[in-house]
Design a protein around this ligand. Sequence first.
Ligand code: ADP
Length: 448
Amino acid sequence: MVLVAIVLVSLVTNILIHKEFEKYAKEQQKTRIADIVANLVHHYNYPDQKWDFEFVHGVGMLALYDGYIIRLLDPDDNVIFDAEKQDTRACAQVEKDITERMEKKRPGLKGSFVSHEQELKWNNQKIGRIVIQHYGPYFLSEGDFRFLDSLNILLVALGILALLCSLTAAGFLARRISRPVIKTAYIATQIAEGNYKIRFDGDIRTRELGELVSAVNHMAVSLDNQEQMRRRLTNDIAHELRTPLAAVASHLETMIEGVWDPTLERLQSCYEEIERITGLVSALEQQARLESDNLRLEKTSVDLLELAHTVAGNFESESFKKKVAVFVSGEETRINADRDKLNQVLANLLSNAIKFTPENGQVRITVSDTHHTALITVEDNGIGIPKGELPLIFDRFYRTDKSRNRLTGGTGIGLTIARSIVSAHKGTIEAESEAEYGSRFTVTLPKA
Ligand code: ADP
């Protein structure tokens, strides 16, 4: 584009300059002839009715060197001065030079020597006649052509300079745009092939490209996280299932081989393990459902206090069996939320609290309404959670050593599910605890 523009501009400029110069040359010719005539008339000796031959000769020879061949006649057509007669050789030379020069430089002009005739008058009285021959329609001197040539050279030089500058700038810009694009395309291909660790590092000064690159980097990070999560999940599931399955398999094998009698307790123990595995699988299923749903919430106005009472009611027989007292207190607190999912959160927290609180312990659910948020706390005076393990209990399959040792059952998924649901409501869930003294779980939910 730049090249075409430069060539076009140079051509148009060139043509315009030549046209203007042609006009200027024609004007010059007219002026020169008028000058010659005025000069001669001015020096006419009117009182004596005579031409000053010396002067006319001077003017004629000077004009000859400029390319004008003059013949001056008196009113009776007697020749006063004739350049061709005065210096035939010089005249021929001038004619030849100009014709050759013009034919060479302006072959299309097809000019020739033309003659211009004019009557000379002084005070309205005829004093003679002048015949001026010159190359027409116009002619240019050697100097004029030199000037035009240097103008052309200048134009070409400027064109080349502009081209070089624009090529450099275009090259720089192209590289600045194409390099990150090519690299991003390569990175995208790598990501498609499963290399999620790859990142685009380096500075990008073009805003749009910067956005593209950070989007690709962001995608790589997300895919990497997902991949890690997927691997961890597969590992965790395999790990969680392997131990109970191996135990059941070895128990059954020993009984089949006749080493152990298949007593009721042994069969019962195998059955409990299988029950636990079934529980684990259904908890996993539930979490998978929650995740695949992308946690779609069906929000309605929910009174959290009423919900707490309902959940506590559902656990009545369990708490009764375990001799754990459950108290619900607080104020009516309405928020916009998914009732079933919050029911699940409270059920998981309450079930844990009852499970990890020894006989005659207490569990307290409190609902309170702060200005912008609703708080639900589930507090117990049970076995508590050691400080070091507190940050881990929300991880999938995490169960504290104590809860494992006490064979309380459980899958280690309940709190993970609770946290997913609370996060989907843009809330938070926190745990405080002191080993042997009890735990407190606080759910904070935004009211809007
Ligand atoms: P699960 O209860 O099925 O094992 P959770 O994800 O609900 O799984 O809990 C993870 C772990 O956190 C439990 O195994 C237990 O060790 C610990 N935990 C949860 N709630 C309490 C609590 N109220 N008191 C003591 N430990 C708790």
